[in-house]
Write a protein that binds this ligand. Sequence first.
Ligand code: ADP
Length: 673
Amino acid sequence: MKNFLRVLRYSWPYRRRLALSVVCALLAAALWGLNFTAIYPVLKVLGNQQPLQEWVDERITETQKLIDAWQTQAEKMARQAKRLSEEPPSHRRDEQQRELTGALARLDSKLQAARTELYRYQLARTYIYRFLPTDCFRTLACLTGLVVLGVAIKGIFEFGQEALVGGVVNRSLFDLRNRLFRNVIRLDVESFGEPGTPELMARFTSDMDQLGGGLKTLYGKLVAEPLRALSCVLIACWVSWRLTLLFLVVVPVALFILTKVGRTMKRATRRLLERTTNIYKILQETFQGIRVVKAFTREPYERCRFRGATRDYYHKAMQVVRLDALSGPVVELLGMVAVAGALLVGAYVVLERRTHLLGVRIALQPLEPESLLQLYVLLAAIADPVRKLSTVYTRIQAGCAAADRVFAFADRRPRVTGNSGGPRLPRHRSTIEFRNVCFSYEPGRPVLANIDLTIHFGETVALVGKNGCGKTTLASLLPRFYDPDHGSVLIDGFDLRRVNLRSLRRQVGLVTQETVLFDDTVYNNIAYGRRHARAEDVERAARRAFAHDFIIRLPAGYRTRVGEAGAKLSGGQKQRLALARAVLRDPSILILDEFTSQYDAESEALIHRALKEFARGRTVLLITHRLHTLEMADRIVVLDGGRIAAVGTHAELLASCPAYQRLHEAQFQRLSA
Ligand code: ADP
């Protein structure tokens, strides 16, 4: 619930609209209740077949007569009481006096009620005479017209309320989504690997929808429906508050049942949202890996997997549907039991012309059948808002479940912090030092151990080793995708944990084997790291990366869109674009991770020339298996099982390092095969 309440803060800027929506709801509710009051005059006109004016006049005369008679009786009693008080004190006198006082009090309250009624009739008379025609049919037509008009105006207010609430909910979600995105994108790389992309996407889509549903219910139904019910209850109280009270006895019972259903609903929704994430996961995996799926003819397997996930989703969705559907009828039944109870008591009072039941006063005077019918209509009319209200709690609970999931990410703090106040790294010097660095992704499984390595400014160092020996991990410590568990990484003597993260990342260029391109133009993909780069700079970078020639042969040159993840380009082309992007960024440290693996022999020679040129005046960390690329390196670092096995030039290592010899042999065999 706490997280759901936090969402309300996002609606605070739109409080004026919310207030206006409440006003609309209030007016709609008042009109809703008032429309039902029309039943009374209609029944009167139809039942008595006389115009309302005549009937009101009759009532006024009759009530006046009754008041006069009771008045005379009351005066008589008062005189009797005075006489009694002059008699000498005795037990009999006291008895009589007590009886008389009781009777007088009863008469007094009857008189009071009659006077109120007389006042109401007199009030009605003024309006009826002024506005209603004097013949029966026209009176009825007029009343019906009034009801239709009332419904039309009510409709306008209801529309206004829903539109305002919808606007507030969507604007709040807009803000929340953006806040969530801002926070998620700031998280460290590790936080993304853990939940997985589909899980994250679900928080932005299905969870937000559920949350929106909850908010809409809160601002819409939770305001409008109680007001509608209240307007009926108030008018019903005006007709007979005692009978209405009898009806309201069931409210606590209904609340108890709804709370129970609501709790179950929260659990069910949480499970449903988890199942949604599973569906996203399968969709993403299958569509992203569609080539593999097709090549290995695994369509039936994927179909089966998807079917399983959707079946699971279906069962959980049905649970939610059942809970949602259950609360309405249960509350309606309870409401009907209460209405029936109140009606039976009322009917007894009307038919037997009594005012008491089991010693409890039900009415001051015997009720008219029309009043009872009007009461019945009003109480039955409460059923509609109450029925709608019955789902409020369950929907809000569903919203709570979604809010918990959304805020789990909105509150997450990055382990690698930005250090915005930390020292900025000076540009273009960059000596890197790994000082006794240890690192593990999972506790107890070290990936890097006691790495001591210094890479001087302007040096090109190659990292080699078997797959999984920790090369990429070591390189990832430089842009601070992770922090080491022990030891530290320093650039120009600054511990990376303390420097300003933006200034660090501005200095580190990264080109990996898996090139990441965005569904945008070639131009924008190159300029990704420098949004306001001039066209000449972009073109120069492309030329230096040997990408210019193929780019101008594309249908729209630099303005060609590369498709999702660069789908319209070959592997080598994508890599050259990625290199051009790094060249334009002009970093002082360059990390090339298996970068040249996708080139053919001819372009590889060109790229080497480009890289050699580009590496001048920069510090380069090279991860590669290729002998040819290794020639670029001033020094080669051999990693073995997360430790540095040896450091030296190609010739030195070949002569002295067995691990390097094995690697070299394997490479040589691959080349000659
Ligand atoms: P290399 O680049 O030398 O092939 P990596 O640095 O990618 O090796 O990986 C080193 C080890 O760390 C491997 O055993 C790999 O399974 C593990 N590893 C890599 N990334 C993660 C990760 N995000 N979570 C857990 N383990 C990882």
